[in-house]
Write a protein that binds this ligand. Structure first.
Ligand SMILES: *[C@@H]1O[C@H](CO)[C@@H](O)[C@H](O)[C@H]1NC(C)=O
Ligand SMILES: *[C@@H]1O[C@H](CO)[C@@H](O)[C@H](O)[C@H]1NC(C)=O
Ligand SMILES: *[C@@H]1O[C@H](CO)[C@@H](O)[C@H](O)[C@H]1NC(C)=O
Ligand SMILES: *[C@@H]1O[C@H](CO)[C@@H](O)[C@H](O)[C@H]1NC(C)=O
Length: 391
């Protein structure tokens, strides 16, 4: 049978329309940078990294109850970000370092992760995330995750945990950009970077280290240097073509088991909370300046500070029964040790705010993420995640 010219033309037209669909509204991929709230296994590839979640009881509520490198009993915030972008069945895009095989970078793995013609159909959640089901498996979203546990805004702070510094994560983004430009062409790469949201969750460790070791430094100067470094980081990515920024603010972290176990009466660390609040203000101002001066730049600033505060003030509203202790750990507040195979684990993990000494439970992470994704101006400004990813 010979194809009619008309049919051929139709096929050509359809193909062209499909390959241009990148330029329509929406997010073709998602990229994630930051610290242990978002790490999905990066540190397992870094020999010297101190923070690793590769042993039980991490992942006890993950698929097959397997530790995956996430500092959570199950999914972490990177997974909830991916669900907002691509739908409830999706998990975080793979760790960038998993694109290497035996130390050698594999172009094919990158191509698989950033697949332009996925056969899967995505369905975005409309106004809330579904409960996490243990039945299923990892279903990585399109994109890449660079986050590393221990990463801070300042590279000298990332060095404390031998994490991948933020500057190094940015260099990896640039590497992908260069490699994609070579394989799919610079125009497609440009569209991909402009349309895909880049999420950042960093600053927690800068606040931790200040409260624990550096409280004698001048607080204002410290915050200035953090904001300037963050500013420089985001400008670098803007200059690379990134336009959609999802910035996760620093939560109300002074009452975490980690902070409380280090204070005399087990009180909250007022230093940490005050620093987090001021850092958030500085970052939000910086973002407002960026949007006013940089063409096409758009952001969503996630106010995790107030949401976490609410969870402490009215735990019953969130069905939480324990906002003081870590679910997994040993000693006072279960906070003397990190979660490890010999630690005790609570049964009712969805009633605990904290999974381990410094990381919220999957349940709490879902509440925090949902607030930023679908909440109003108090939770995410000037737009929420759902809006950001639909632009
Ligand atoms: C991707 O990176 C690898 C490793 O540096 C390099 O060998 C390869 O040529 C790059 N491909 C493209 C298309 O840029
Ligand atoms: C951020 O960087 C830009 C460009 O270098 C600069 O104009 C702006 O003043 C900086 N903002 C802050 C808050 O440092
Ligand atoms: C710390 O906690 C103790 C005991 O709960 C309380 O009496 C004290 O006022 C608290 N101190 C501060 C500075 O909040
Ligand atoms: C708390 O639990 C009740 C009863 O199971 C449920 O109806 C409600 O939606 C829950 N609230 C939240 C915030 O999950």
């Amino acid at each position: 049978m010979t194809k009619s010219p008309m049919l051929t033309i139709t096929i050509v037209v359809i193909t062209v329309i499909c390959s241009l669909s990148l330029s329509n509204a929406g997010s073709p991929a998602v990229f994630i940078l930051g610290d242990s709230l978002l790490d999905v296994g990066t540190n397992n590839f870094i020999l010297k990294a101190i923070g690793k979640a590769k042993y039980p009881h991490y992942g006890i509520d993950f698929f097959n109850s397997t530790p995956s490198g996430r500092f959570s009993n199950g999914l972490n915030m990177a997974d909830f970000i991916a669900r907002v972008v691509f739908g409830n069945s999706v998990t975080s895009p793979p760790a960038y370092l998993s694109f290497f095989y035996g130390g050698v970078y594999s172009e094919k793995r990158l191509a698989n992760a950033i697949d332009f013609s996925p056969r899967r159909r995505w369905r975005r959640p409309t106004n809330r995330l579904q409960p996490v089901s243990l039945v299923g498996r990892e279903n990585p979203a399109i994109g890449a995750n660079f986050a590393s546990s221990g990463t801070a805004i300042l590279d000298i702070n990332s060095a404390v945990d031998q994490a991948l510094p933020l500057s190094e994560q940015v260099a990896q983004v640039m590497y992908i950009h260069g490699n994609l430009s070579g394989t799919i062409g610079s125009w497609k790469t440009q569209v991909l970077f402009a349309k895909s949201p880049f999420f950042f969750g960093v600053g927690n460790n800068d606040v931790h280290f200040f409260a624990l070791f550096r409280a004698k430094l001048n607080q204002e100067e410290y915050i200035d240097s953090l904001v300037q470094t963050y500013n420089y980081t985001l400008h670098t990515l803007y200059n690379l073509g990134v336009r959609k920024f999802g910035i996760i603010g620093v939560p109300y972290i002074g009452c975490s088991p980690l902070m409380r176990v280090t204070t005399l009466h087990g009180n909250c660390s007022d230093i940490a909370n005050a620093l987090a609040r001021q850092l958030n203000e500085g970052i939000e101002h910086m973002l407002q300046d960026m949007m006013a001066s940089l063409k096409g730049m758009i952001y969503s600033f996630g106010n995790t500070y107030d949401t976490l505060y609410d969870m402490y003030e009215t735990p019953e509203r969130f069905n939480l029964t324990n906002v003081r202790d870590a679910c997994c750990g040993l000693g006072r507040f279960n906070a003397f040790t990190n979660c490890h195979p010999l630690a005790v684990v609570c049964k009712n993990r969805d009633e605990y705010l904290y999974w381990d000494v410094s990381h919220p439970s999957q349940y709490a992470l879902q509440i925090l993420s949902e607030a930023m994704a679908f909440g109003g101006l108090r939770e995410a400004r000037p737009i929420n995640w759902a809006r950001l990813v639909s632009l």
